[in-house]
Design a protein around this ligand. Structure first.
Ligand code: NAP
Length: 352
């Protein structure tokens, strides 16, 4: 049981991020002082939305310069904090060297932040943003799982530096987090494992998340001829933020939490958007044959390799989200609400 004092500051690493923005918003709305750790606090464009939120809410925000790969760089930002949200980690398909660009910041960064938590005597809880990617790589992993469903008991054993390195980075980083948390007994670790996060961004003009790339490609004509019938899980970014907030402030929260709405497919997502915006925008509404996806998929997204297509297209995605509902009280928005709000944002900000 860990009780967090809401009058103490709360650290959010990677505060400029898509997911982190909504966590910061919820903290500020609750009158909490946020220590926002960012790579460049002088980048006015990247932090403008966070400053605006603080102006509109009762909570305060203070910015701290920190980099995942610079040891000790979270020292100042963590001072006086009882609660740490570690969200910073690259989520992008635009990498050159997977070890340098994905694995190192994820794993060394997690060690850097969590070792700092051990050195900071006020810290009582760390909430880590992991991913369903630390649980599985492909839908075929789900078919091979006990009960053919993902649960918090399962770990990703099929990703590697060569195959789906982002999933590998999240798996190694979460393992590192559990190892460090077990090496001490002052703070506890709670882990949020979201599926693909979708929904409106608070910073649509400066966002780097792969989620945004996927949303944009769905509306800008990149995939207008069709999408793969790819089994996947999705979750609204606002529900992910709420899960983080509750994980921080629910004294009994513990372990991992799969944070996801029900299973869907990329085709179903496209059809929801098509029904609303199909006449005005180049939204796809039909499935591409598997062989075509295998040939042209990598041109749209490098993660769509032949092996990935074989293991995920025309397969079903299933995960058990009941622990998050039962223990944290998370509720999940319908996919239609998420997608229509996402597209409203893309249109309003002239992204598509
Ligand atoms: P995002 O918008 O790209 O956020 C990533 C954040 O990490 C950014 O604030 C970025 O800072 C920071 N970062 C990257 N490298 C860093 C470094 N070397 N030092 C310090 N900060 C660094 O992506 P996101 O989707 O919000 O992802 C946030 C977290 O959620 C990640 O841990 C991701 O794995 C996890 N997650 C995301 C999804 C999803 O579908 N989006 C699903 C499951 C889990 P800059 O702004 O300075 O680049």
């Amino acid at each position: 049981m860990t009780t967090i004092d809401k009058t103490k500051p709360v650290l959010v690493t990677g505060a400029t991020g898509y997911v982190a923005g909504w966590i910061v918003k919820q903290l500020l709305e609750n009158g909490i002082t946020v220590h926002a750790a960012v790579r460049n606090p002088d980048d006015a464009k990247k932090i403008a939305h966070l400053k605006k939120l603080a102006d509109e809410c009762s909570g305060k925000i203070l910015f701290f310069k920190a980099d995942l790969l610079k040891e000790g760089s979270y020292d100042e930002a963590m001072k006086d904090c009882e609660l740490v949200y570690h969200t910073a980690s690259p989520f992008t398909s635009k990498y050159k060297d997977p070890q340098r660009d994905l694995i190192d910041p994820a794993v060394k960064g997690t060690a850097n932040v969590l070792n700092q938590a051990t050195r900071t005597s006020t810290v009582k809880r760390v909430v880590l943003t992991s991913s369903c990617a630390a649980i599985y790589t492909d839908c075929t992993d789900i078919e091979n799982a006990p009960g053919k469903i993902l649960t918090e008991e399962i770990w990703n054993t099929t990703s590697s530096l060569k195959y789906q390195p982002y999933s590998y980075s999240k798996t190694l980083a979460e393992k590192e987090a559990w190892k460090i948390s077990k090496s001490q007994n002052r703070w506890d670790l709670v882990v949020i494992n979201p599926s693909l996060v979708l929904g409106p961004a608070l910073n649509p003009t400066s966002i780097t998340s792969e989620s945004f790339t996927i949303l944009k490609q769905l509306g800008d004509g990149t995939v207008k001829s069709g999408v793969p019938n790819l089994g996947m899980g999705t979750v609204d970014v606002r529900d992910v933020a709420d899960a983080h907030f509750k994980a921080g402030f629910t004294p009994s929260a513990n372990g991992r939490y799969i944070t996801s709405g029900p299973g869907t497919t990329f085709l179903e997502i496209a059809k929801i958007v098509y029904a609303e915006y199909g006449t005005k925008y180049k939204i796809p509404n039909r499935a591409l044959p598997k062989w075509l996806v295998a040939i042209f998929g990598p041109l749209v997204n490098r993660a769509l390799t032949i092996r990935f297509v074989r293991n995920n297209v025309n397969h079903t995605w299933r995960a058990d989200n009941s622990k998050s509902i039962r223990e944290l009280g998370v509720t999940y928005r319908p996919l239609k609400e998420t997608m229509l709000d996402s597209f409203k944002m893309l249109i309003e900000h002239k992204v598509i």
